[in-house]
Design a protein around this ligand. Structure first.
Ligand SMILES: C[S@@+](CC[C@H](N)C(=O)[O-])C[C@H]1O[C@@H](n2cnc3c(N)ncnc32)[C@H](O)[C@@H]1O
Length: 392
C-alpha cells in the first residue's frame, strides 16, 4: 500500500505488509502473549477482512494552519501534530469528501482553530461517523466553548452539498484533555443519531456511543460470538459493557432473555431504541457500572447462564472477575481489542476456575497493529487446571 504520509501519520503501522503477513504477525504476537502468561491456548488463524481499505466508520481529524492555510488530518505518531492528509485510504470516500469541504468552510468562515498550548481558539476536532449499509453520515464539531458563531452557515452549507449527512451535532469540550468528546452535546441538525444495519438488525447510535469500527468484520465477530455461546432457548444472557446493545440483540432470538449493562447512559438510550425498532421484547438495558450490577445481582440471587464481556482496551478488573465468577455462569464470553490486557485477565479468571483452551482472532483493524480476540471460558475443576489446560 502506498501512502504519502504513511511514515509520519500514526494511523497505519503495517502499510508495507500483505494481509497474509499482517495475519501471521498478529497471530504470532497473541501466541507469544499467551506463552508469556503461561496460558496453554490454541490460537486460531486470523479471520481477515474482505474490505481492507475505506473501512473505518469513525474518523477524527484535527486542524492546523500552514502559511495561513487551514489543513486537516490525523495526528503524527505519539504526538498532537496534525499531518495533512485529504484522502486517507482507510476512510470511506464520502467521509474524505466531507472533510475537504469542512476544511474549505473553516477557512472561508474564518473559524478559529483551538490551540492546545495556549488553550485559546474554538474548533478542536471534527468527528465523522458513517453507517456502511445505509450510507448515513453524522458530523460532530468538537469545540472548546458553547459559543460557535458560524455554526448555522456551516450546517446549511454541509447539508446542502451532502445528502448523506443525516445529523450534525456540536460537542463542547472546554477541558485540558486528550479525550475528544465531553458530556455536553448540542443538536444542530437531524436527531443526533444515524442508523446502520448489522446482522440484519437496524442499529442506531449517537455521537458518544461506541460502535465497532469495521462493520463487516463486526458481523464476523458477532457470528463467532454466537457460535461460541451456543445458546439454548432456556439460557439467560448478561451482556456487560454492552454499548448500544448490539451483541445481546443479535443473540436475543436464540435465548430466553438478555440483560445489557453499560456505563454510558446515551448508549443505553440507543440500546433501548434498538430493541424497540427491531421488535425484540426479551432484552432489557441498564445504565450502570457492570461490576456494581453483578454485585447487586448476586445479592438478589439472579442467575445468568452466559456472561459476556467486551471491555475497553484497558481490559477488565479484578473486582469484575470476582463478581462475574461469583454468579457461577455456565460460560463467560470474553471479547477484547487488546490481547495484552485480555491475557492478564484470563490469568485472573483461571484463578477463579474459569478457563479456555482456544482463542479466535478477527482482524477489525487492517494495516494497523491491532487485533480483536474472542474466547469462551467454562468452569473447570481447579485440581485439573495445571495438568490439563495450562503449563506453568
Ligand atoms: C469495546 S466497547 C464494547 C461495546 C459493545 N459490546 C459492542 O460490541 O459494540 C466497551 C463499552 O464498555 C463501556 N464501559 C466502560 N466501562 C464500563 C463499566 N465500568 N461498566 C459498564 N460499561 C462500561 C463503554 O462505554 C463502551 O461502550
Amino acid at each position: 500500500m502506498k501512502c504519502k504520509v504513511g511514515k509520519i501519520c500514526g494511523g497505519c503501522a503495517y502499510l508495507s505488509k500483505s494481509m497474509e503477513e499482517q495475519a501471521s504477525i498478529k497471530k504470532a504476537q497473541v501466541e507469544e502473549l499467551a506463552q508469556r502468561n503461561h496460558l496453554k491456548l490454541r490460537v486460531g488463524d486470523v479471520l481477515t477482512a474482505k474490505n481492507t481499505t475505506h473501512y473505518r466508520n469513525k474518523v477524527i481529524v484535527g486542524f492546523a494552519k500552514n502559511k495561513g492555510k487551514v489543513y486537516s488530518g490525523l495526528y503524527a505518531a505519539k504526538s498532537h501534530r496534525v499531518v495533512a492528509c485529504q484522502n486517507c485510504m482507510m476512510h470511506p470516500d464520502i467521509v474524505n469528501k466531507i472533510i475537504v469541504k469542512i476544511e474549505e468552510l473553516v477557512s472561508s468562515m474564518k473559524i478559529e482553530l483551538y490551540n492546545e498550548k495556549t488553550r485559546t481558539g474554538l474548533l478542536r476536532h471534527v468527528l465523522i461517523r458513517y453507517a456502511h449499509k445505509t450510507d448515513e453520515v453524522m458530523v460532530v464539531f468538537v469545540t472548546s466553548k458553547k459559543m460557535f458563531p458560524s455554526r448555522r452557515n456551516l450546517v446549511n452549507a454541509l447539508v446542502k452539498e451532502f445528502k448523506e449527512i443525516k445529523t450534525i451535532v456540536q460537542n463542547v469540550n472546554p477541558r485540558n484533555t486528550s479525550i475528544v468528546q465531553q458530556d455536553e452535546t448540542i443538536l444542530l441538525y437531524g436527531d443526533g443519531m444515524i442508523t446502520d444495519e448489522l446482522c440484519s438488525l437496524k442499529i442506531s447510535f449517537s455521537n458518544r456511543s461506541f460502535y465497532q469500527i469495521h462493520s463487516e468484520q463486526c458481523e464476523v465477530l458477532y457470528d463467532m460470538a454466537r457460535k461460541m455461546c451456543d445458546l439454548t432457548k432456556t439460557d439467560t444472557v448478561l451482556d456487560t459493557y454492552c454499548g448500544v446493545g448490539t451483541i445481546g440483540l443479535t443473540l436475543a432470538s436464540s435465548c430466553k432473555n438478555v440483560t445489557g449493562v453499560e456505563i454510558n447512559p446515551e448508549a443505553i438510550e440507543n440500546a433501548k431504541l434498538n430493541a424497540k425498532q427491531n421488535n425484540i421484547k426479551n432484552a432489557k438495558f441498564i445504565s450502570m457500572d457492570s461490576t456494581r450490577y453483578m454485585m447487586e445481582a448476586k445479592k438478589f440471587r439472579n442467575h445468568y447462564d452466559v456472561i459476556i464481556l467486551d471491555p475497553p482496551r484497558a481490559g477488565t478488573t479484578k473486582d469484575f472477575i470476582e463478581a462475574s465468577t461469583s454468579l457461577q455462569p455456565k460460560k463467560i464470553l470474553y471479547i477484547s481489542c487488546d490481547p495484552k490486557t485480555m491475557m492478564r485477565d484470563l490469568v485472573m479468571f483461571r484463578q477463579k476456575g474459569y478457563m479456555t483452551n482456544k482463542i479466535e482472532l478477527v482482524d477489525m483493524f487492517p494495516f494497523t497493529e491491532h487485533i480483536e480476540s474472542i474466547c469462551v471460558l467454562t468452569k473447570r475443576e481447579i485440581g485439573n487446571v495445571n495438568k490439563k489446560n495450562y503449563k506453568r
